[in-house]
Design a protein around this ligand. Structure first.
Ligand code: ADP
Ligand code: MG
Length: 239
């Protein structure tokens, strides 16, 4: 991959909590517009990796660049301005703010010019939540809360969206809704890292698969080839 095609480059990313090594020596390079699935057993370091990339963990090993810009040391909102968006495994809305305000906040933080309200409404339309704009997050169903989490992430028109288990607990039809949303976003040019236990969703969506086991990357490649590797079947699918 030539440097010009590289969107995200993570080199030797690692994280320890006290004496516990949660993530070690992870190298991942992502092209602009690529759709990557990231899978692995619970506790294998997937969310830890996201937190290192997003800046939610300030301290970690390794180097991360986005579009050639060094991310190390930057706060999450600075990374968001550079085109990085993530969703949280557990939606983290501002509970006392309306659905619309929840989408406006990241826009205000990003220092975007123009009307944050109009842009926020546009995002809510994309996730089919416009009719609920004045509701509070707790008045939303589970899938609506996940769509709100996505709306907040896509408000900044990111170059890279990392969706951390955005489909957990959803029905088949609800999963399809989220998949459609991610596909539309990707078709418009956003690269997506999908972290997901729902294998149907991952294999339908991803053009490349990375597997983590016990804090290390054990596979990286074409999905069918990766899923048929004995060490992947043993560590993940056969568990
Ligand atoms: P995954 O997302 O793959 O399920 P995580 O990245 O959340 O896994 O966790 C990887 C490991 O790191 C787990 O053993 C988890 O308990 C540990 N861990 C994650 N975050 C913290 C933290 N803030 N403090 C201590 N340990 C943590
Ligand atoms: Mg996780």
């Amino acid at each position: 991959m030539s440097d010009a095609d590289v969107l995200l480059r993570a080199e030797g990313v690692g994280k320890r909590f006290g004496g516990f090594v949660a993530l070690q020596g992870v190298d991942i390079t992502l092209r602009a517009g690529e759709r990557l699935g990231l899978i692995g057993p619970n506790g294998s370091g997937k969310s830890t990796f996201v937190n290192c990339i997003s800046g939610d963990f300030a301290q970690h090993d390794g180097r991360v660049t986005l579009g050639g810009a060094a991310l190390n040391g930057l706060k999450p909102h600075r990374r968001a301005r550079l085109g990085l968006a993530r969703t949280f495994q557990l939606p983290q809305p501002f509970n006392s703010l309306s659905v619309l305000e929840n989408v406006r906040v990241p826009l205000l933080f990003s220092g975007q010019s123009g009307s944050a309200t109009a842009r926020a409404m546009h995002c809510l339309e994309q996730v089919e939540l416009a009719a609920k704009a004045e509701k509070l997050p707790r008045e939303l169903t589970q899938v609506e809360q996940r769509r709100l989490e996505l709306a907040r992430a896509i408000a900044l028109d990111p170059q890279l969206l990392i969706a951390d288990e955005a489909m957990a607990g959803l029905s088949h039809a609800e999963i399809d809704q989220i998949l459609l949303l991610l596909r539309r976003l990707n078709a418009a040019g956003t690269a997506v890292i999908m972290i997901e236990h729902i294998m149907r969703a991952v294999t339908e969506f991803a053009e490349r698969l990375v597997v983590f086991v016990a804090g290390r990357k054990i596979a990286d490649g074409e999905p069918r080839a990766v899923l048929s590797m004995p060490e992947v079947e043993g560590a993940y699918l056969g568990k």
